[in-house]
Design a protein around this ligand. Sequence first.
Ligand SMILES: [Zn+2]
Ligand SMILES: [Zn+2]
Length: 142
Amino acid sequence: MISGQCLCGAVTFEVDAPDSHLGDTRYCYCTECRRANGSAFSANVPVPNESYRLITGEDAISEYEYSPGTVRAFCSKCGSPVHGKKADDPDHIRIRLGTLNQDAKATMTSHAWTSEKPAWHTIEGYLKRFKHGADGTGGTPK
Ligand SMILES: [Zn+2]
Ligand SMILES: [Zn+2]
């Protein structure tokens, strides 16, 4: 079991994951992720809804629907991004890896939307890089 929280601690949650492994994910450099996280990229992983439990902070969570059907949730007290939801993937909630308390494991598979990467950040390493979505077509939802 993995737990996480926002910066102020109002929002806490748990995620069931075998061997604390959350699955495959990617770094995303798209403009929306950068602005939502205030950083060069996001590292978000979708987990099945039934694996996720909000423990505290339901009242503190605000949601911003930045495009139809795509919601970014954040703590209204401290501003931490806490999760996302997508209408075209209703069975998953998208966890922000940076909110997790333990050394949760996830397999980083690629860098997505490098076409929107800021000039001040340099990508290093061997992971695949995609100018647009992770399938290289630009059709992958952000
Ligand atoms: Zn908070
Ligand atoms: Zn993104």
